[in-house]
Design a protein around this ligand. Structure first.
Ligand SMILES: Nc1ncnc2c1ncn2[C@@H]1O[C@H](COP(=O)(O)OP(=O)(O)OP(=O)(O)O)[C@@H](O)[C@H]1O
Ligand SMILES: [Mg+2]
Length: 388
């Protein structure tokens, strides 16, 4: 379980350290920074997949994603008695992301590339520092693996630092470069953890959506991001997951309805039977909202929950009547697993905050900077960034 997430200089997030609970609900007005935090989480997962630089480039490159405001706001600026002004930089340009959890903590620091003659990759960010530690927040003493520029050190069995890599390319994360589980087991376990974070972002439900046609049926403990394997995932939950909870989730939203899975020549198809109809409807015939609800049920009833699941605005195209059942499903999921939900929908939000265990992060913006309502410095988890 993650205890804290820290983001600095990433779009509207100048410097935030958030406490995380089992169920984390992120709300806020348009433009308050919900998607920016979501993207920050994705970027951490991208680093473990070796795709962080590509992800930053696709967002417009470092110049676009770096916080566009001043390094600090003076008190006079905050009080509106002085205009916002840029000055000479005190710190190097640095986009930083990190988290700490039950086991390990991790932080990564991207900076501007060092000019290299003859290269066209002048926009490619450089990874300046990466650290893995144990305990609440980073400290040299608690460090387990430490990358500075091209060099990586790890603790040996006696707790002494030992250099394990000297030439990591500046654009590669040590998470993808260091492969030896003997030398740095923490890198391998953290990489696996980050790679298994699961993101669901707007399932397509139009007529041509892959979620609407029968697909090859193989055991599917993890629903894909586009939901094309819905029928196989559903049947997998039935066979190796919590079949009773699956049915209860359908009944909670559609009383009396049942889901059937049909097999034909190796392909699986989902059928939805409702009281009053003479035949069950196929995936292709379901309304967008019904299909999307079933996709979310299959995602949340997964027999193999990830260390972190992230749902971005899951309410899209769901009728308000479906949101309380969806909220109940999320609350149940988060009793044993960690969930991050970004939402705009009042009835989903109402259902989730009824649970006292929910951590409600209400985002807002002041002078262009994202902040969290009611998060006093005393509530913010301990956090320290490694320096370069
Ligand atoms: N480099 C940057 N520096 C500062 N602010 C930025 C930067 N890039 C984008 N922003 C700001 O971030 C805000 C967008 O945040 P985000 O997309 O996370 O909003 P949101 O809360 O998801 O809104 P919505 O509900 O509309 O999806 C915009 O207001 C934009 O001005
Ligand atoms: Mg958004």
């Amino acid at each position: 379980m993650l205890h804290s997430l820290a983001v600095a200089n990433y779009r509207s997030v100048r410097d935030l350290v958030l406490p995380l609970a089992g169920l984390n609900l992120v709300t806020g007005a348009n433009g308050s920074g919900k998607s920016n935090l979501y993207r920050g989480l994705r970027l951490l997962a991208d680093a473990a997949h070796g795709n962080a630089n590509r992800a930053i480039a696709l967002e417009g490159g470092l110049p676009s994603v770096l916080w566009a405001g001043p390094e600090q706001f003076s008190r006079l600026v905050k009080q509106g008695r002085q205009p916002v002004q840029g000055g000479p930089r005190q710190q190097p340009v640095s986009l930083r992301l990190g988290f700490s959890g039950d086991g390990l903590g991790y932080a990564i620091d991207f900076g501007l590339p060092t000019p290299v003659p003859g290269t066209m990759f002048v926009q490619d960010p450089e990874i300046k520092r990466e650290v893995i530690w144990h305990g609440e927040s980073w400290h040299e003493r608690r460090g387990l693996v430490d990358r500075k520029g091209p060099m990586v050190r790890a603790r040996d069995d006696n707790g002494r630092w030992r250099v394990i890599e000297q030439h990591i390319p500046a654009f590669e994360s040590m998470l993808t470069w260091v492969a030896d589980p003997q030398q740095a087991p923490e890198v391998v376990s953290l990489r696996e953890e980050l790679r298994s974070w699961r993101f669901y972002d707007h399932f397509r439900c139009d007529a041509d959506s892959p979620a609407r046609s029968p697909q090859v049926g193989v055991r599917t403990p993890v629903l894909s991001n586009d939901g094309h394997d819905l029928a196989a995932a559903w049947q997998t939950i039935r066979e190796i997951g919590d079949d009773v909870a699956l049915e209860a989730a359908v009944n909670d939203a559609f009383p009396g309805a049942t889901v059937q899975i049909l097999e034909s020549a190796g392909r699986f198809e989902l059928r939805f039977a409702q009281p009053g109809l003479l035949r069950a409807l196929s995936q292709a015939e379901l309304s967008d909202g019904t299909l999307r609800y079933l996709l979310l049920v299959a995602a949340l009833e997964t027999p193999r929950p990830p260390p972190l699941m992230v749902l971005n605005e899951p309410e899209t195209s769901l009728h308000p009547d479906l949101l309380p059942p969806l909220g109940r499903l999320m609350r149940r999921y988060s009793q044993d697993n960690q969930l991050w939900v970004v939402s705009h929908a009042p009835s989903l939000i109402a259902e989730l905050i009824e649970d006292p265990a929910t951590s409600h992060l209400q985002l807002d913006k002041e002078l262009g900077e994202t902040f969290v309502h009611d998060l006093s410095p005393f509530d913010a988890p301990a956090w320290k960034w490694p320096t370069r």
